[in-house]
Ligand binder design. Sequence first.
Ligand SMILES: NC(=O)c1ccc[n+]([C@@H]2O[C@H](COP(=O)([O-])OP(=O)(O)OC[C@H]3O[C@@H](n4cnc5c(N)ncnc54)[C@H](O)[C@@H]3O)[C@@H](O)[C@H]2O)c1
Length: 440
Amino acid sequence: MKICVVGVGYVGLVTAACLAEAGNNVICVDKDAEKIAHLNDGAIPIYEPGLAEIVKHNVKLGRLNFTTDLKYGVDNSLIIFLAVGTPSLPDGSADISAVLSVAAEIADNLSDYRIIATKSTVPVGTHGKVAEIINSKTDKPFDYVSNPEFLKEGSAVEDFMSPDRIIIGTTNPAVREIMKQLYSPFMRRSNRILFMSPISAEMTKYAANTMLATRISFMNELSVLCEKVGADIEQIRQGLGSDSRIGSSFLFPGIGFGGSCFPKDIRALIHTGTQNELEMTIAKAVQQVNKAQQERFANRIKEYFSGRENKTVLAVWGLAFKAKTDDVRESPAIFCIEKLLGYGMKIRAYDPEAANAALTALDNRIETSPNGIDVLDGADALVIFTDWQEFRNPDFKVIAARLKKPVIFDGRNLYGPDIVKKAGIEYYSIGRTPVTPSKS
Ligand SMILES: NC(=O)c1ccc[n+]([C@@H]2O[C@H](COP(=O)([O-])OP(=O)(O)OC[C@H]3O[C@@H](n4cnc5c(N)ncnc54)[C@H](O)[C@@H]3O)[C@@H](O)[C@H]2O)c1
C-alpha cells in the first residue's frame, strides 16, 4: 500500500519503518527540515532498539522516503497517518494544533479520496474537529480513522511488529477492510484488531495510559507505607503479581513515572473530565502520588547531606525516563536533578543514550561522562534513576572503592539489600528498610 506518515518522531518513524518493512511504500513528512535532512543522510534522530537497521534497510530498498513536502505525501498515498506531537497546554489540555494544522494542509492538497488516520494521542472529540476542518476546505471524499498507538519507547519496534491489539475507530466497513489488510502482516498468530467508534478509540488510549500509571502510583504509595511499617515492597509486588487477576506488569515501585505520554495524557483526561463537569478523582490521585514520590526521593538525598549540600557531588546513573530510550521528556531523573542542583549539589552523570538530551534539558548544568565508572570517583554517593540493564549487576567493590563514602540511593530497586550490605555499602531504595552496614 502507499502510505504517508506525518510527524517523524518516536511514533511516526517507528510506524513508517515497520510499515515499510512489511512491504508498503512509505513517505515520511516532517516540518523539521533539519531532521529530514539528517534522515536523508542516513542518521537516525532517536535511539530505539532495532530501529536503525530497519530504517536503513527500507531506505536502501526505496520503500521509505523522507521529505518536508506534505503535498508530495498526500498526492502519493492512500492512507495518511498523523503522528505529530500533542503536548500539554498550561491548563492541562492536549494541544492538538499540530493535528489540526496538518489536517488543514492535507485538505488544501486533497485531489482524490484518502484515508486520514490519527496515531497521535488526541482527546475525545478530535475526530469531529479534524473532519470539520477538512470538510470546510474541500469537497473531495475522505474517511477518518482513529488509530491510537500503544507502542512503548524502548521496545517500540517489537511492540509495533507484534502488538497486543490494534484499535481501529471508524464506522465505515470498507475502511475497516483496508485497515485490516494494512495490519494483517502484524497479526499472523491471531487477529488482534478491535473495531470501534472513533470516540471510543480516542478514549481507549487515555484509559490505557491512566490505568498503567494508576498501577505504578498505587505501588509507589504502598512503598511509602512499607517503609513506615517495615514491610518489603518487592515481596509485596511478587505476592500481588502472582495473582492472575492482577498480573505482574507495571507493578514496579520506583521514583515515579515520566516520559512524554503518561503525565500529559493524565492531565488531558482530567481536563476532559472538567470540560464534562466530572472530577477525575482517581487520575488526580495518581498524579499527586507521582509528584510526591519524585519529591520524596530528592528530599531523602537532601536530608542525608543536610548542611553540606553545596559540598556534595553526586554520581548519577541514568537520565532517561526509563531504560532503552534516549527520551528525557518529563523524566523523574531530570525533575530530581533540578531539585538537587537547586540545593547546591553537583551532578556527574552517565546514561548510555540520554546524556545529550539531558544536557539540553538541564542547560548544561551537569557534567556527563561516557562511562559509569568515572562518575564515581570521589563522589559522595551514587544515585540511580533509570533501570538500564547494564546497571543491574555492577562490581560493588569498585563502587565502594571509588566513592568517597560508599552510599547508594537506588530509585529503581535494582539490587538485593543483602548483596549491597556484603559489599559494605549504605543502601537506600524504595519501600524497603535501608541497609546500613555495621562498622565491624
Ligand atoms: N512516544 C511514545 O511512546 C508514544 C506512544 C504512543 C502514542 N504517542 C503519541 O504519539 C504522538 C507523537 O508522539 P512522539 O513521541 O512520536 O512525538 P515527537 O515529538 O517525537 O514527534 C513529533 C514529530 O511531529 C513533527 N511535527 C510537529 N508538527 C508538525 C507539522 N505541523 N507538520 C509536520 N510535522 C510536524 C515534529 O517535528 C516531530 O518530529 C503524540 O500524540 C503522543 O502522545 C507517543
